[in-house]
Every structure is written in structure tokens, then in C-alpha cells.
Design a protein around this ligand. Structure first.
Ligand SMILES: [Zn+2]
Length: 254
């Protein structure tokens, strides 16, 4: 479960399991601050209000003034290793990032897709993942765990993963083409009263994280649906191109 906190008038979510990792700081944003339009993206926006919102969110999360390492997210399976803070200025193409750099935040933007934050229980390395159906098809969650193990010699049994708020199986209707591309039929829900299958994005990613070796009890899944909870979240399905962006961030204290 994730808990809701209100810090400096900003409502954000966190998971106790990640807070227990020494030196690891994280947060999932909501749309709520003074007003209900606390958007943190897209990255390409030149709107100064978004830059201010990001700074405020980083500070409220406990990472004041830290550089935010950005990804140009394209629903790919690409995992980037961040070795310095260069990506704070020039975003890297990719949909997941791993690092052991301290004093910088990794972040992924979503508006219905799944944000996943991962940390080593001993605080040696972290990851942030953007995984919608295309990311699930590319097995980006699983590949991010493999990359953490390869780069930082951590054991999957020492990793904690938190699957944040996303468009859940209650609302995420998809076509049969998506079932085919994702290639994991068990992650789709079919009901007689539903004309089309619904994708359980959390389950698909949870299965990949488990297959990569993270124990089930160390995978925390938010039960909040971005489509149902218009009071808390932006949703691309509900709001279309006008939808704001949520940001999930994770960092290691210097
Ligand atoms: Zn829903």
C-alpha cells in the first residue's frame, strides 16, 4: 500500500517499504496542490509553471535543489544508465533509468501508464521505469532489474519495487491487438459484460518483476486507478491531450 502525505501544500504518495531502504528517497505526485492542476510535465514543455512545480515537488519529497535526470519517453524498452547529472539538461532517449549517482533524482512521467520505482534494500542503486502496454510488451520492467544486477552487482532478492498509480484493470479497455503484442494473456481480464478485454498493467509488470527474481512480498502495488480517481490524478484516457503529467521520482542521499 501507498500512503498519502501533504507537504508544503502538495499532496504526494509514498511506500513504507521503500522508505525503509537507507538513504533512498522517493515520491509519486498527484494533481493536488493549492489547486487541482499540479502538472509536472511534459518534459518538452517550456511552460515556466511546470519548472516551478517540479522544483516544489522535489523539495516536498525531500530532494530540494537536486538535479532531475530526464528521459525522453517513447514507450520503448530502452533502459539507460545515468553516470552523471548531464541528463538534467539533455534528456536521454529511453523509458527506464538506473543509477548509483547520489544527490540526483531519477524521474518518469505518466498519465495512465505505470510508474515503477525500484531500490536496493541496502541503498546501493535505484531505478525508475515507465511501463505502459508497449513497455510491458518490450519487457522493460524485467530488463531494468537485469540491468541493476549487471551494473551494480545487487541481488534481485534485495530489491524493493513499487508499482505506482496507473489506469487499472477496472478502466483500461484495450483491443485484441494489445493482448497479442503484450504476449501475456494472464494479465488481461475478460468479463461477460465487457465487450473488450481490460489490461491489468500492474499484474503484467508484477509478473515481470517476479520473473526477474524480486520476491513477491517486496513488490508493492498501488490500488489507486488514475482513471477512476479524477480527484487525485491526471488521466490521458479521461482528459485526452489536455491531460497534465504525474511524476514519480527516486533518489539516493549524498
Ligand atoms: Zn478505474
Amino acid at each position: 500500500m501507498l500512503h498519502i502525505k501533504r507537504i508544503s501544500q502538495i499532496t504526494l504518495l509514498g511506500a513504507p517499504a521503500l522508505e525503509a531502504a537507507p538513504g533512498v528517497i522517493h515520491a509519486f505526485s498527484t494533481r493536488r496542490a493549492e489547486h487541482n492542476e499540479f502538472t509536472l510535465g511534459p518534459n518538452s514543455s517550456t511552460n515556466p509553471a511546470i519548472q516551478i512545480n517540479r522544483s516544489r515537488f522535489l523539495a516536498a519529497a525531500g530532494m530540494p535543489g537536486w538535479p532531475l535526470l530526464k528521459l525522453n519517453q517513447t514507450h520503448s524498452g530502452i533502459v539507460r544508465r545515468m553516470v552523471d547529472t548531464g541528463a538534467a539538461n539533455e534528456p536521454f532517449e529511453g523509458d527506464a533509468a538506473v543509477t548509483d549517482v547520489r544527490g540526483a533524482a531519477l524521474g518518469v512521467q505518466t498519465a495512465d501508464c505505470v510508474p515503477i520505482l525500484i531500490a536496493d534494500r541496502l541503498g546501493r542503486a535505484i531505478a525508475a521505469v515507465h511501463a505502459g502496454w508497449r513497455g510491458a510488451a518490450a519487457r522493460i520492467a524485467q530488463n531494468t532489474v537485469y540491468r541493476l544486477v549487471e551494473e551494480y552487482r545487487v541481488s534481485p532478492s534485495d530489491l524493493v519495487a513499487v508499482i505506482g498509480p496507473h489506469n487499472a484493470a477496472c478502466c483500461y479497455e484495450v483491443g485484441e491487438d494489445v493482448v497479442e503484442v503484450v504476449g501475456d494473456p494472464e494479465s488481461f481480464v475478460r468479463r461477460p459484460d465487457w465487450p473488450k478485454p481490460h489490461f491489468d498493467q500492474a499484474l503484467a509488470n508484477q509478473r515481470q518483476l517476479r520473473q526477474a527474481g524480486i520476491p513477491e512480498r517486496q513488490i508493492i502495488v498501488s490500488n489507486l486507478c488514475t482513471h477512476c480517481r479524477s480527484d487525485l490524478f491526471f488521466s490521458y484516457r479521461r482528459e485526452g491531450g489536455r491531460a497534465g503529467r504525474l511524476l514519480a521520482i527516486i533518489g539516493l542521499v549524498p
